[in-house]
Design a binder for this molecule. Structure first.
Ligand code: PSU
Ligand code: MN
Length: 302
């Protein structure tokens, strides 16, 4: 274990005893939702994981330490600080460590720290991907490269169509990342169950997800896998409403000259504002749904 990693006592004991553990990211807390719903959701997600028989490990960088398992106080701290916490991607980790700073982990850095700790399953809301217009901007989330190289199963609700979902799938294919639809043949698009794009495989049980992950590891095929779990029907939003909000948010982003790491948080916040509280309620429900599947899958893996 490297000296920068700090595993909470509960998570350490669960891993030692080969009990199921599920990693959770912290950028969704600091940058993905407003306070105090972000902290309330983070605590509900942890409880959902416990209810389904696994131990939650919320991941973050605190005072330069790579934390696998945050306390309720640390979650409250990150949630309250919000966008003032550094959104930490792979490139940021060495600087935050050396300076003893805090960072909210994205999908990328949550995968990195989960893998260091020996955690194999990670639940979140949506992943980053190839942005619309990436042919010009080169804006492709580091999440895709991480999926290509780090052995963690990421369970999400697809990706928001703030991204170019077709190009995101092409990129993942090139990088050898299996894209699984849980109980569906269609790639879900976060707030809606539909994108019009197909996934690579439809899988219907946590046991089979575990078997695929195990096969990948045991063959020495590097990298992770992506499980896309559609939002439950009763919480999904009308596609047209979401599409309109996303189009407007993208226009505003361009007008305001926002780029780089600020794009995703800007778009998430604008889409939420433009669709009122409805999208936040949907967002919370899909994360809970992913947490439940992740806990059952982690249990199938041990
Ligand atoms: N998409 C969402 N919610 C999120 C994110 C993405 O629907 O909270 C966050 C995740 O932490 C993800 C990151 O890893 O944004 C991707 O940022 P970027 O596009 O800058 O790589
Ligand atoms: Mn980017």
């Amino acid at each position: 274990m490297n000296k920068y990693l700090s595993i909470s006592p509960e998570v350490a004991v669960a891993l030692r005893d080969n009990r199921p553990v599920v990693a959770l990211e912290s950028t969704i807390i600091s940058h993905g939702m407003p306070y105090p719903q972000n902290v309330e959701t983070a605590m509900r997600v942890e409880q959902t994981i416990r209810d389904n028989g696994a131990v939650p490990a919320t991941i973050a960088v605190i005072g330069g330490k790579l934390k696998a398992g945050c306390t309720a106080e640390e979650i409250e701290y990150l949630g309250k600080k919000g966008q003032a916490v550094t959104k930490a991607s792979r490139r940021d980790l060495p600087v935050l460590i050396a300076r003893g700073m805090d960072g909210a982990t994205t999908v990328t850095t949550t995968m990195i720290i989960a893998a260091m700790a020996g955690i194999k399953v990670f639940a979140t809301g949506g992943i980053g991907g190839v942005h619309r217009g990436a042919q010009q901007t080169f804006d492709i989330s580091a999440d895709l490269e991480e999926l290509a190289q780090t052995p963690v199963m990421v369970i999400c609700a697809g990706a928001k169509s703030i991204l170019d979902l077709g190009l995101t799938l092409e990129y993942l294919e090139t990088k050898g990342v299996p894209v699984i639809g849980y109980g569906t043949d269609e790639l879900p698009a976060f707030y809606t169950r539909h994108s019009g794009l197909g996934v690579d495989y439809r899988i219907d049980t946590p046991e089979e997800l575990a078997a695929i992950f195990r096969a990948k590891q045991e063959c020495g095929l590097k990298g992770g896998m992506l499980v896309t779990n559609p939002i439950p029907e009763q919480y999904s939003m009308p596609k047209q409403l979401i599409d309109e909000a996303i189009s407007q948010a993208l226009r505003e982003m361009e007008e305001q000259g926002i780029h780089g790491k600020h794009c995703t948080p800007f778009l998430l916040a604008r889409v939420k504002d433009l669709t009122g509280g409805d999208s936040l309620a949907s967002n919370i429900q899909l994360v809970l749904n992913n947490a439940s599947l992740a806990a059952r899958t982690a249990a199938a893996l041990v």
